[in-house]
Design a protein around this ligand. Structure first.
Ligand SMILES: Cc1cc2nc3c(=O)[nH]c(=O)nc-3n(C[C@H](O)[C@H](O)[C@H](O)COP(=O)(O)OP(=O)(O)OC[C@H]3O[C@@H](n4cnc5c(N)ncnc54)[C@H](O)[C@@H]3O)c2cc1C
Length: 438
């Protein structure tokens, strides 16, 4: 199945699951309607809940479902669609109150029946998820703490909402509608068991260890991981993996890093990591022999899935990691298609792998355009940032036929996406990897 067809299939599946409770509620022997507003409010509640359940599937890293869109786009969708789901969920009680303000009594936790209490607790969980996600940095929540809270609140909100529906019993009163809810609840629970139990168990059986830790320029450390008792996996240059180092594979938080080594290597993988926070600062101090677990490969940011007559790689800072994997792989495959690397950094000290890139030019059809914001004295190369004029100066003729890969800080990615579009590069030839999911 082509990627486009798979994209349509998974989008259709998403929509079908989101509206499934609605269709089932309306079909068959529906109980007598209770007025448009109430029925509409229930419909929104059902769809909102279904979408909340689907949120778990969106971040469950299903490679085949994510491939047509790219993992970052799926996570982005997870984030954006949560606003819609929350709106639907909030509209449910709001419309009930519009219909009958007397129902406000259901919000009194002391006198309200349990079916209403569960609904209120579920909605409070949803609101807490939104607040802590949108303003995580303002609340000074560490990523790991936020992640744990996010998971707990999400599971709680769905389970409380399901209990509320069961206790209300309206629209779920016939046996086959009960079956639908049991199936949906079972699917939700299985998803959590799969992601949090089955997958970590599989990783436990396929351990890795840190073989070496090498410091590089620009606060970058490259770690080499070696598979223990298995042959590792094959990845495509530009892909990434989620790692857990020195902790159990059941640890809640894993960290995503692009592979920087050649995809033609012997089973070992390398990741080049810039120190920016708790985990990344600890990487330089890792000891060889430390146990690690790798979930991967993931991602579609790879020339192997986007073949072309040549490649333009645009890297900023540690965005050079996946590009190194591409260049090293091209060299190992003796791929002589033209390749142009635009490599931007603040200072010369901020640009790892420079010497190796210079050496790779002897094995590849590679042109390097090195751009420094704050260059040293006597610098004759490009200075400032990569912009339209700079690209125009260096891009080869008929550049629009080439495949463009961009990885770097988010503002750079945004700027490059619009600049390349203005330069007439088709959207299908522009590929980006965003290092920030959350
Ligand atoms: C697809 C992808 C590929 C990446 N490849 C590389 C790479 O090759 N080299 C590299 O140096 N960095 C890479 N990153 C970024 C790297 O994952 C984060 O810098 C790292 O996880 C930060 O962890 P920390 O504990 O040091 O920072 P923290 O202090 O915990 O967090 C700093 C910020 O990093 C982000 N972050 C933290 N943990 C995670 C996580 N588990 N998942 C997603 N974001 C997180 C959050 O926005 C957070 O605010 C990549 C990110 C993604 C999404």
């Amino acid at each position: 199945m082509s990627l486009a067809v798979r994209g349509v299939f998974w989008t259709g599946t998403y929509v079908a699951v989101a509206v499934a409770p609605l269709v089932f509620a309306l079909l068959g022997d529906s109980p007598p309607g209770r007025g448009f507003l109430i029925d509409f409010s229930v419909a929104l509640g059902f769809v909102g809940l279904s979408m909340m359940g689907l949120q778990f599937a969106l971040v469950a890293r299903f490679q085949s479902a994510n491939a047509p869109f790219g993992e970052d786009a799926v996570v982005q969708f997870h984030r954006q669609i949560s606003y819609v789901a929350t709106l639907f969920i909030l509209a449910h009680p709001a419309l009930l109150l519009v219909q009958d303000i007397g129902l406000i009594a259901l919000f009194n936790p002391v006198t309200a029946p349990w079916r209403a209490r569960f609904a209120v607790i579920s909605t409070v969980c949803v609101l807490a998820i939104m607040l802590t996600s949108v303003w995580r940095r303002q609340f000074r929540l560490r990523y790991e703490v936020w992640h744990g809270l996010h998971l707990l609140l999400s599971i709680a909100s769905v389970l409380f909402a399901l209990t509320h529906i069961e206790l209300v019993g309206y629209y779920v009163d016939t046996p086959w509608k009960q079956v639908l809810w049991v199936v949906m609840t079972a699917a939700f629970v299985s998803l959590i068991v799969w992601v949090r139990l089955v997958r970590p168990l599989r990783r436990l059986r396929r351990p890795w260890e840190v073989e070496s830790v090498t410091a590089g320029r620009g606060a970058t450390t490259t770690i080499t991981l070696r598979p223990i008792g298995h042959e590792g996996f094959r990845f495509e240059p530009g892909q990434f993996g989620w790692i857990t180092v020195g902790r159990s594979p059941f640890a809640l938080t894993q960290h995503p890093f692009s592979f920087s080594s050649s995809a033609e290597a012997d089973g070992r993988v390398q990741m080049s990591i810039k120190a920016i926070g708790d985990f990344t600062n600890s990487v330089a101090g890792l000891r060889p022999g430390t146990r690690a677990y790798v979930d991967g490969p993931h991602g579609v940011f790879t020339p192997d899935r986007n073949e072309g007559p040549g490649f333009v790689l645009i890297a900023g800072g540690i965005g050079i990691g996946p590009m190194m994997s591409m260049l090293r792989t091209f060299a190992d495959r003796d791929d002589q298609r033209p390749c142009q690397l635009f490599y931007a950094g603040r200072t010369l000290e901020d640009t790892p792998f420079l010497e190796e890139i210079q050496q790779l030019r002897q094995r590849l059809n590679l042109t390097l355009v090195h751009v420094l914001e704050d260059p040293p004295q006597g610098w004759t190369g490009e200075r400032g940032r990569i912009d339209q004029a700079l690209l125009h100066r260096h891009l080869p003729e008929r550049y629009a036929r080439m495949q463009f890969f961009i990885c770097g800080p988010p503002p750079m990615l945004d700027a490059m996406e619009s600049t390349l579009a203005e330069l007439g590069v088709p959207a299908a030839h522009i590929h980006t990897e965003r290092f920030v999911f959350v």
